[in-house]
Ligand binder design. Structure first.
Ligand SMILES: [Zn+2]
Length: 100
């Protein structure tokens, strides 16, 4: 994915990075592609992860990564919006989708 590669370039990475660095890059990629948690919450309402991801123009994995790297405030916001039901569904999604 282009954003992922751009972030590698910004960090001066010019070869394959260890898994922990890749996870940081993936998390940063997801935050840049989905900067607004309100938009994420609105699109997650009453649909599954795949449908929400499509509406947000990202892959399910990017949405999943974004939801796994929430700040405390973002997490609280999602709970306040009642999105915890969707987060519970996300756990099912995690179990059924194999990661690349
Ligand atoms: Zn990478």
């Amino acid at each position: 994915m282009l954003m992922h590669e751009l972030i590698h370039i910004e960090h001066g990475h010019n070869s394959h990075q260890p898994p922990q660095v890749e996870r940081i890059v993936e998390s940063e990629t997801a935050k840049r592609l989905l900067p607004c948690i309100e938009t994420v919450a609105r699109n997650l309402a009453d649909v599954d992860i795949a449908t929400a991801a499509e509406a947000l123009w990202v892959t399910p994995n990017v949405l999943h990564t974004r939801l796994n790297s929430l700040t405390r405030e973002e997490h609280a916001f999602l709970h306040q919006r009642g999105t915890e039901i969707c987060l519970a569904r996300l756990e099912t999604h995690v179990q059924t989708v194999s990661r690349p």
